[in-house]
Design a protein around this ligand. Structure first.
Ligand code: ZN
Length: 262
């Protein structure tokens, strides 16, 4: 087996958001990150898990054109230009061209916003998520921004269908966790010193929601989601820690901004 991975997280779009958007029945506001994970594979090079929010959203006027009127305010997006993934990589001493693979948990606008920076990378996405994002049901279309992927037709996509050991070396496993969106996937990474860690993405927005199996208003299918909660519950019961993209405690505890987990 190859040596383990190194991984760090960055916040590519802080949100001061109504908790009720993240968990059904919740009230009040909550500050959350939009986590993007930068992964260093010993042989395959640099890999991203998700890409965060698009840089245009840092500017309130440009955000109206890019996301549509009112969306930046509705999500309480506080991002600055420096939060975008291209600048985050620069801060860590990388170029966007260094990224060889981009794995997408799903294509919602807080995850797919940085796809534009990686035209030469190989994108790894569940086939049904890619198809759904281009023509979503009207009630879920608010959270898919066509601007994020309308120029990606010529990109190189590995469209997968199901669970995959990405490099057949046990280091990066992709597992389907549909429900929040049709083709949502989580990632299990093997770190040299910590062993297996699960990046649960938006299988739940908050740990509290995951523990209580409380779906969110924008979930595509709550019943299918409950099966995905169980899939992660089994991992958690086996001692594999779960880190969710937007859970404040998960983001705080995860090595980030160039402080590497290995
Ligand atoms: Zn999200």
């Amino acid at each position: 087996m190859a040596a383990g991975l190194r991984i760090t997280a960055v916040d590519c779009g802080p949100l001061d958001i109504d908790k009720g958007i993240l968990m059904t029945g919740a009230t009040g506001k909550i500050d959350v990150a939009s986590s993007v994970y930068i992964i260093e594979h010993p042989e395959k090079g640099l890999i991203l898990f998700d890409t965060g929010i698009n840089y245009n959203v840092a500017d309130p006027e440009a955000a109206v054109k890019y996301w549509g009127p009112g969306m930046r305010e509705a999500l309480g997006c506080k991002m600055t230009r420096d939060h975008a993934i291209d600048r985050q990589l620069m801060k860590l001493g990388y170029k966007t061209e260094d990224i060889k693979y981009v794995v997408m948990s799903h294509l919602h606008l807080d995850h797919a916003g940085g796809m534009c920076h990686f035209p030469n990378a190989t994108f790894v996405v569940q086939k049904n998520e890619l198809r759904y994002a281009w023509w979503p049901d009207s009630w879920t279309s608010l959270v898919y921004c066509l601007n994020d992927f309308k120029d990606t037709r010529g990109y190189n996509f590995l469209q997968i269908n199901g669970d995959v050991d990405l490099f057949q070396d046990g280091l990066i496993q992709l597992i389907t966790t549909p429900g929040h969106s049709p083709g949502h996937q989580a990632m299990i990474v093997r770190l040299e010193n910590r062993g297996l860690v699960c990046l649960g993405a938006d299988t739940a927005h908050l740990k509290e929601a995951f523990q209580n199996m409380a779906p969110m208003p924008y979930d595509w299918n709550a019943e299918i989601l409950s099966d995905s909660y169980m899939k992660l519950r089994i991992l958690e019961n086996s001692g594999i820690p779960i880190y969710l993209s937007h859970d404040p405690k998960d983001f705080a505890e995860f090595p980030k901004n160039g402080e590497w987990a290995d």
